[in-house]
Design a protein around this ligand. Structure first.
Ligand code: CP
Ligand code: NVA
Length: 310
C-alpha cells in the first residue's frame, strides 16, 4: 500500500481509486477502534493548525475531536486572528505554520488561496471547504454509502440542487470510483464544466454515466442515493431570496424520493434548511442517513490526519 504521508487533500483530484479506498479503510478501522474503546493515540505530541475563515460546526468539531483522540494538539485560528492574505501574504503563512505545526487544516473562500498555501507549506494541507470543493465531506459521504450499501461502483447518486462545492467534490470522486452520478440543477446553477469534464475524463467503464440535467425527477429516477445541499452557500447570503424562488422545484420531498429506488437513502452534508432544499418529512424519514454521515466526518478526519502526518 502506498504511503500517503506528506500528501495534501485539496480536491482529491490527484488521488487515485486505491488511495481513496485506503483513506476509507483507515477511517473504518479507526471507527472500529473508537467503538471498541481501543486507544488510538497514533499522533501523540503532534500539532495541527486550523484556519477557519467561514463558520463551521461539523468540520471544526470533527477535526478537534479527531485531534483529541489521536493525541494531537489543535490550534484553532479565527479569521480576525490570522487575517489570511491581508495581514501577511498567504505564502508566508504557509511557511510560518510549517515551522510550528505538523499539518494545516483550512476553510476559506478562494480555492486558489488553499492551493497557494499548500504550495508554500512544508507540511500537509487539508481543505476543510472552499467555494469550489469540500473533499473531506465527500470522504465521509463515501464511507457512509459503503457502510450502508456494501459497495460504491455501479451505484447511482442523484444530486439535486445547487452545482456547488459539495456537488463538485462528489463529481470528482464519483468518476474515479465507478459511481454513476446524475446532477439535477436549475439552468445557470449547474456544476462548473471543468469539474464535469474532470469527472468524465476519469470514468472507469463505458457503462458508467455522469449526467447533468435541469430535470429533478429524471435525475432521481432509480437512484440509490438522493443527495442535496443548501441553495445558498456561505458567501452567497445576498442571493438567498432569489435562489429560494429559482430552486423551489428542486426540493427533495416525498414525490422526489419516490422516483428513486425504494431502498434509496437520503443524504445531506448539513446544515439543512427544512422546508427549503429538503422537507422535514424526508430528513426525518427512515431513509435519511444524515447523522451517520455527520458522525463519519470524525472518522474520516482521523483517517486523513493519520495517513498524511504519520
Ligand atoms: N458539512 C459541513 O462541512 O458542516 P460545517 O459547515 O458545519 O462544518
Ligand atoms: N455548500 C455549503 C456547504 C456547507 C457545509 C456551503 O459552502 O456553505
Amino acid at each position: 500500500m502506498a504511503s500517503l504521508k506528506g500528501r495534501n487533500i485539496l480536491s482529491l483530484k490527484k488521488y487515485n481509486q486505491d488511495e481513496i479506498y485506503q483513506l476509507l479503510a483507515k477511517a473504518m478501522e479507526l471507527k472500529r477502534q473508537q467503538k471498541n474503546r481501543q486507544p488510538h493515540r497514533h499522533l501523540e505530541g503532534k500539532t495541527v493548525a486550523m484556519i477557519f475563515s467561514k463558520p463551521s460546526s461539523r468540520t471544526r468539531i470533527s477535526f478537534e475531536v479527531a485531534a483529541a483522540h489521536l493525541g494531537i494538539h489543535p490550534i484553532f485560528l479565527k479569521p480576525d486572528e490570522i487575517q489570511l492574505g491581508t495581514r501577511e501574504p498567504i505564502k508566508d503563512i504557509g511557511r510560518v505554520l510549517s515551522g510550528y505545526a505538523d499539518a494545516v487544516v483550512i476553510r476559506t473562500f478562494k480555492h486558489s488561496d488553499v492551493e497557494e498555501l499548500a504550495e508554500h507549506a512544508k507540511v500537509p494541507v487539508i481543505n476543510a471547504l472552499t467555494d469550489d470543493y469540500h473533499p473531506m465531506q465527500s470522504l465521509a459521504d463515501l464511507m457512509t454509502i459503503l457502510e450502508l450499501k456494501d459497495r460504491l461502483a455501479g451505484l447511482k447518486i442523484a444530486y439535486i440542487g445547487d452545482g456547488n462545492n459539495v456537488a463538485h467534490s462528489l463529481l470528482v470522486v464519483a468518476g474515479k470510483l465507478g459511481i454513476n452520478m446524475a446532477v439535477g440543477c436549475p439552468k445557470g446553477y449547474e456544476p462548473d464544466m471543468s469539474v464535469v469534464h474532470f469527472a468524465h475524463s476519469s470514468i472507469r467503464n463505458i457503462n458508467q454515466k455522469i449526467t447533468i440535467t435541469n430535470d429533478p425527477i429524471k435525475t432521481a429516477k432509480d437512484a440509490d442515493v438522493i443527495y442535496t445541499d443548501v441553495w445558498a452557500s456561505m458567501g452567497q447570503e445576498g442571493e438567498r431570496e432569489e435562489r429560494l424562488k429559482i430552486f423551489r422545484p428542486y426540493q427533495v420531498n416525498r414525490d422526489l424520493m419516490d422516483a428513486a429506488k425504494p431502498t434509496a437513502i437520503f443524504m445531506h452534508c448539513l446544515p439543512a434548511h427544512r422546508g427549503e432544499e429538503v422537507t422535514d418529512e424526508v430528513i426525518e424519514s427512515k431513509q435519511s442517513v444524515v447523522f451517520q454521515q455527520s458522525e463519519n466526518r470524525l472518522h474520516t478526519a482521523k483517517a486523513a490526519l493519520v495517513s498524511l502526518i504519520r
